[in-house]
Design a protein around this ligand. Structure first.
Ligand code: 5GP
Ligand code: ZN
Length: 115
């Protein structure tokens, strides 16, 4: 299920370049183009779904099951001292790309730029 006007579907298809962090049959993870901290990553399901409200249970299962693996890959690569996970749903909650995603934001200390 690929949506024509969805930039994250284009990233999955390779039509928009991205820095891959992790990939398997169900999810793709890549560096956010606007790094709030070093290693800021987005994980997305390969099947297009708009946000948490519209995500069927089978996609949710595949998607969320892989979040720890991606978090640990980022931890191993960047050696942060902590990590925030963030999921924005709908415009008033700062969702700007309407393909479900979780931000993984590595933390390095008080002055790491994320508050
Ligand atoms: P949202 O605001 O919807 O929670 O997060 C969308 C995120 O997608 C933003 O942090 C933004 O920087 C990132 N983003 C938007 N377009 C692109 C792109 O073309 N490539 C990458 N790697 N990230 C993008
Ligand atoms: Zn999409």
């Amino acid at each position: 299920m690929s949506h024509e006007d969805c930039i994250f579907c284009k990233i999955i298809d390779g039509d928009i370049p991205s820095a891959k962090v992790y990939e398997d049959d169900f999810v793709y993870a890549f560096l956010d183009i606007s790094q709030v901290t070093k290693g800021h990553t987005l994980i997305i399901p390969k099947k297009h779904t708009k946000n948490i409200y519209e995500t069927p249970e089978d996609i949710a299962r595949e998607f969320f099951a892989r979040v720890p693996k991606v978090a640990n890959a980022i931890k191993a690569t960047y050696n942060p001292i902590g990590m925030n996970l963030l999921n924005n749903n709908e415009k008033p909650a700062d969702q700007s790309v309407f393909h479900l995603h979780i931000h993984l934001i590595p933390r390095y200390g008080e002055n790491d730029g994320y508050s």
